[in-house]
Ligand binder design. Structure first.
Ligand code: ADP
Length: 750
């Protein structure tokens, strides 16, 4: 057992995962993996709101907004999916709702085969996780949609290949710098003209591009040059085109020489194993590392974010990868920036640039809209911390109106420590372009209470490359107080559950004692009434004899009831040990109890079939207890069947033995099925008289016995057609585990 994870670290790690994830889908997967490992469960499944309908158990969590935790999955549940989990061998499950702003996003389901279930510490973490994940996934999802489009721009504007963004009809929407240079046109001139204006291209070719196929063509005003156009779909209406001039084969050296002149970016060429073959001059000013030092080392070894760099590069084919990177050069020297990478044959070309915000300038409106719709409060400030603009989310959280523009951000800090921190971080962002993990307390408007936030600050460069303004992204943290509150709530719930459990233990113990004490007097009543009957046959009148007979019969029924109650109590208190032997199901048929049931069938005019499959193995079980189960099921079947037959089938299923007792009787309605295995439960059935009316304990005893064997019991039934009660007995290994648990319980029972 690992020591429990502190909740605050758990939250930090979840937030870190969120920071590292490229998008919504990746985030979902990362959260699921993380929970699986940290909470030591066997399966973590995320259901996406875009997918199919929720299961009924999901809806419960979504309606309450709280995780649903079931530490004792069984074959009986109001939710079919929980029964299914139990059938698949899971012992407990937790369902976490993903809800954001009242919107239902989906659920995370954690499943564990561990019998001990979710311990209180983990329950606490699950609740925390549900809150954090909901908030992170919600915002990621919304940003993701717009970011996808922005990313393509990003790729274009950070890359030295000529690229275009076109509509599905071939109309050019946007061109990158290289394309503008290449075709010697301004953005305005290139926008709103058709591909066919600059390339020798027709509708058929445009259709090919639409379908994602590469098109080779000549340039219109460059008759002598040929191009290869590789498309990739951005969304329903946009296609991103990479224009490759294939007229001359430009080798790596030549391109590198061209790039070497650029001091703003570092340009690296690596081999297929990412070993750096060549690094441009820009390496030094950018990373503070001599270019020669990079050569021969693996580029991917420097990359800490994204941590899947290797996979990403390996998967690159015709497309360009573009995204944020964090490089680690040791000695706490980090570099934050952008990476554009593409593959050329067996080599990789990686361009790293500091100018993260470059694409914002290029695709200004797009980025503005991202800022606008972001759920995170975002504030733009100048170098001295004066606020220039803010998005809706910041506006409402900090109650900022127009009059606050031009005032210092320090006005919404909760303390001077936070003010100093922001001032210092702005200075760092000015120098490095970017800083993250700035923890501060800000003042929320509604209650004027302070809320802890973590900030990311990005410098926005002006034309000369110096920082003109700073974008501050605030992310509200789940406060320590919140976590404590959650913890308290959970503890209270836990206490309540424990109390209930002790109460139910006490009840079982009470019933056990009482029943035990009742047995003696009843036996005496029976003994003496029998004595009266036999010894005083001459002196008593016929009427008196009848009365005594009734006393005797009723006492007998009473004793039977007490014995059954005693049996249930014993089974539940865990003091029953199984007397395990190799059981042969053909032999059980010959047991006197079963034989007399078969006779009872015959007397009632019912057929009786005992059918054991040829491949059913002998299995370790307690034969007397099994016969108890058989007797109850067959007895019930006879009781509730008037014509037709009772059929017992024994078969092998997934290593276990499965027994089915079917009848052609009155059946049980769907609504009643979950009830009948409960103690003292008897169904009211209008016209049908429940002759010899039982105690309502038979099935609950059968259930206890089967469970004690590590098996499961259930029923399928249709009203008017009949019922099939089934149970399973698993092989030895599983019984041992159960028995061990029960033996342990025995030592604890007074
Ligand atoms: P009882 O001692 O009353 O039979 P059980 O626990 O064995 O108690 O069964 C509970 C109830 O389940 C019964 O009262 C009956 O209504 C219903 N039941 C059990 N077996 C069958 C069956 N084969 N067909 C129809 N109803 C059944």
């Amino acid at each position: 057992m690992r020591p429990p994870l502190p909740a605050d670290r758990f939250v930090m790690e979840l937030l870190q995962l969120s920071r590292e994830s490229q998008g919504y889908k990746e985030l979902l997967a990362k959260f699921a993996d993380y929970l699986k490992v940290k909470l030591e469960v066997d399966e973590a499944v995320i259901k996406d709101f875009q997918g199919s309908a929720f299961a009924s158990s999901d809806e419960v969590t979504l309606n309450t907004g709280k995780p649903y935790i079931d530490n004792g999955l069984s074959g009986y549940s109001a939710f079919p999916e929980l029964i299914e989990y139990s059938n698949r061998g899971f012992k407990c499950c937790a369902i976490l709702p993903i809800v954001r702003g009242g919107k239902q996003f989906g659920t995370i389901t954690l499943l564990s085969r561990d019998e001990k279930g979710f311990v209180p510490e983990n329950v606490n973490l699950i609740s925390v996780a549900s809150t954090v994940i909901s908030s992170e996934i919600g915002s990621k999802y919304e940003i993701d949609k717009s970011l996808n489009v922005a990313k393509y721009f990003d790729a274009s504007f950070n890359n030295l290949m000529p690229q275009l963004l076109v509509g599905t009809d071939g109309r050019i929407v946007k061109a990158n710098k290289t394309a503008l240079n290449y075709f010697d046109k301004s953005q305005k001139e290139l926008s709103n003209i058709n591909l066919s204006d600059i390339f020798d291209i027709d509708n058929v070719s445009i259709e090919r591009l639409n379908r994602g196929l590469v098109v080779e063509t000549f340039g219109k005003s460059y008759r002598n040059r040929s191009f290869e156009i590789s498309p990739s779909r951005v969304n329903d209406s946009l296609i991103h085109l990479m224009i490759n001039d294939v007229s001359e084969a430009k080798d790596a050296e030549e391109r590198a020489r061209m790039l070497d002149r650029s001091g703003d970016d570092a340009f690296l060429v690596t081999d297929k194993d990412f070993e750096v073959l060549w690094a441009s001059k820009g390496t030094y000013p950018l990373f503070g590392i001599q270019r020669e030092m990079m050569v021969g080392r693996k580029f991917t070894d420097f990359v800490v974010v994204p941590n899947t760099m290797k996979d990403i590069l390996q998967k690159l084919s015709a497309n360009v990868y573009s995204g944020d990177v964090k490089l680690d050069f040791g000695n706490d020297t980090y570099f934050y920036g952008r990476l554009a990478a593409y593959r050329e044959g067996s080599e990789f070309y990686c361009i790293v640039s500091r100018d993260y915000m470059r694409y914002i300038k290029s695709a200004e409106e797009l980025s503005r809209s991202i800022v606008k719709i972001s759920n995170d409060p975002i504030i733009e400030v100048d170098g001295s911390g004066y606020m220039l603009s803010y998005n809706k989310s910041a506006e409402s959280l900090f109650k900022l109106d127009n009059s606050r523009i031009g005032t210092p951000i320090y006005g919404i800090c909760a303390d001077s420590e936070s003010q100093n921190k922001i001032a210092a971080s702005l200075a760092i962002a000015k120098k490095n372009g970017y800083i993250e993990d700035v923890y501060v307390s800000l003042i929320e408007s509604k209650n004027r209470s302070s809320i802890p936030c973590v900030q990311k600050i990005k410098a926005v460069a002006d034309k000369n490359g110096s920082a003109a303004s700073f974008i501050i992204v605030n992310r509200e943290l789940l406060t320590k107080k919140n976590i404590e509150e959650l913890g308290e709530q959970l503890q209270a719930a836990q206490k309540e559950a424990e109390k209930l459990k002790t109460e139910s233990d006490l009840k079982s113990q009470f019933i056990y004692n009482i029943s035990h004490d009742l047995k003696t007097p009843i036996t005496n009543i029976m003994g003496f009434s029998k004595l009266l009957l036999t010894d005083n046959a001459e002196t008593l009148t016929k009427e008196q004899m009848d009365y005594i007979q009734i006393i005797y019969d009723e006492s007998e029924r009473f004793l039977e009831l007490v014995k059954q109650i005693l049996d249930v109590a014993k089974l539940q208190s865990g003091i029953v040990k199984l007397d395990t032997q190799q059981v042969n199901f053909n032999e059980i048929r010959n047991n006197p109890s079963i034989k007399s049931l078969a006779e009872a069938c015959e007397n009632k005019g019912l057929g009786f079939v005992w059918d054991v499959d040829y491949d059913v193995p002998e299995i370790p079980a307690d034969p007397n207890r099994l016969i108890q189960v058989f007797s109850n099921l067959i007895g019930n079947a006879i009781k509730f069947t008037d014509r037709g037959e009772i059929r017992v089938r024994v078969m092998k299923k997934k290593g276990s033995v499965r027994v089915e007792v079917s009848d052609t009787g009155i059946g049980i309605s769907k609504a009643d099925i979950p009830k009948i295995f409960k103690k003292f439960y008897q169904l009211r059935r209008g016209l049908v008289k429940q002759e010899g009316s039982g105690t309502g304990l038979g099935l609950s005893i059968a259930k206890e016995v089967v469970n004690l064997h590590g098996g499961r019991i259930g029923v399928e039934s249709e009203v008017g057609k009949g019922s099939t009660f089934w149970f399973t007995i698993p092989p030895l290994a599983r019984i041992k585990k159960r028995a061990l648990k029960y033996n342990r319980a025995e030592h604890q029972t007074p």
